[in-house]
Design a protein around this ligand. Structure first.
Ligand code: BGC
Length: 234
């Protein structure tokens, strides 16, 4: 029997430095090249929306849309967007995209989407994304606890995980110091969550230089897009 070709899902990942998208077949495999554009320098909802619509137009046909957004999202509405722009708070991204592109749309936190694409669905699984910000997602037997915001919790005295491990910290502290901090963070998170597996994603996961413990795994950044299919299984 021929593989199903529809519905096709346009998967979008909105990041602090890049906007990415591709189209997935029903099996969750990419059927277009990943397209990446710089996030607009003043990333207001209207600037980002304009870029996303232009990108979507280059992706050919699709039937529905999945979006990973770098902040808290409740029922399609953005509640926080610390690495984008304050105008996002209260913006109903799900309705806006669905209306603009005339396709059913689901929007969730970016780390949640990345996690949905990476987990095995057994026991406690934690996901940490290392990028402009620090994203986190927690799962129990494959069930998501949405919008876990570990990144903004304290880590090492007066700073947060994001302030110690985000892009800015990596630049300021240098790769070696950043790696040392990450190693400490992993140990602490293991004590707190007692996860069966921790997944490390995001653009900076490739900068990890130390050997990871047996219950920690790197995931390819593309999972942030591939996880988009799972939003339609939820
Ligand atoms: C946001 C999270 C997001 C993470 C990665 C943080 O600043 O608060 O919601 O998942 O950045 O983009």
């Amino acid at each position: 029997m021929a593989a199903e070709t529809s519905p096709k899902t346009l998967a979008i990942d909105i990041g602090g430095s890049g906007l990415k998208c591709l189209v997935l077949n029903p099996a969750g495999e990419a059927i277009t090249e990943r397209l990446r554009r710089q996030t607009p320098s003043v990333p207001t909802p209207s600037a980002v929306m304009a870029e996303l619509l232009a990108m979507a137009a280059e992706q050919g046909e699709f039937d529905r849309i999945s979006v990973g957004f770098p902040g808290v999202v409740k029922e399609g509405e953005v509640r926080t967007a610390v690495n984008l722009h304050p105008d996002w708070v209260g913006f109903h991204l799900q309705n806006a995209l669905s209306e603009a592109l005339d396709k059913p749309t689901r929007v969730a936190n970016d780390a949640d989407v990345q996690g949905l694409g990476a987990i095995e669905g057994r026991g406690v699984e934690l996901v940490l994304t290392l990028g402009t910000g620090i994203g986190s997602a927690l799962f129990m037997d494959g069930h998501l606890v949405p919008n876990l915001e570990l990144g903004h919790h304290p880590f090492q005295k007066d700073k947060t995980y994001e302030e110690r491990l985000g892009d800015e910290a990596l630049e300021k502290k240098g790769r070696e110091g950043w790696n040392r901090r990450l190693r400490d963070a992993i140990q602490l998170l293991d004590y707190i969550f007692n996860y069966r597996m921790l997944y490390l994603g995001g653009g900076n996961a490739k900068k990890i230089d130390f050997e990871l413990p047996a219950n920690v795994r790197k995931v390819a950044n593309i999972q942030g897009l591939l996880g988009g299919i799972a939003l339609w299984r939820q």
